[in-house]
Design a protein around this ligand. Sequence first.
Ligand code: ADP
Length: 165
Amino acid sequence: MRTVIYPGSFDPLTNGHLDVVQRAAKLFDRVVVAVAKSEDKRPLFTLDERLALVERSVKNLPNVKADAFDGLLIHYVEKQGALAVVRGLRAVSDFEFEFQLALMNRKLNERVETIFMMPKDTYTFLSSRIVKEIARLGGDVSAFVPAHVRQALSAKLAALPVQEN
Ligand code: ADP
């Protein structure tokens, strides 16, 4: 059973993330989309909300499951018995951080590989941060996220206290 972990904050999941998940699901027996607590990033959605959005997005992919984790990624990878970590690479700007992360994870456990996957070109400009920004400014994000994520974004933003500048 070849299991890979696709970790991230997924705040919220976008079509770019889903594209990477679908590609990984074709190559491996089992893909675990692992939603990191990422408290330091002050996420818009709670861990449970982010996990629920991922769960709903992958429910039609039989070899993909969603999970949440906190703490060191490599410990989670070991616990799951996974052989690799999958990360998405959009542009050169992603490279430096991802390279550092991959080499650090290799230092921590040299048996765990990191695999980089490139999304469809139309998703290379997409990030959770940009989607939140567009939604916050009243723009249409339906081309960038699944419908249920778009609805969750509208509901979340409507419930936020109005910020005074
Ligand atoms: P993190 O907080 O770990 O950066 P993200 O949810 O932002 O979490 O991203 C998780 C992974 O998905 C990262 O490897 C990131 O580069 C990748 N990713 C994010 N957006 C896209 C996209 N549009 N296309 C491909 N990969 C993406």
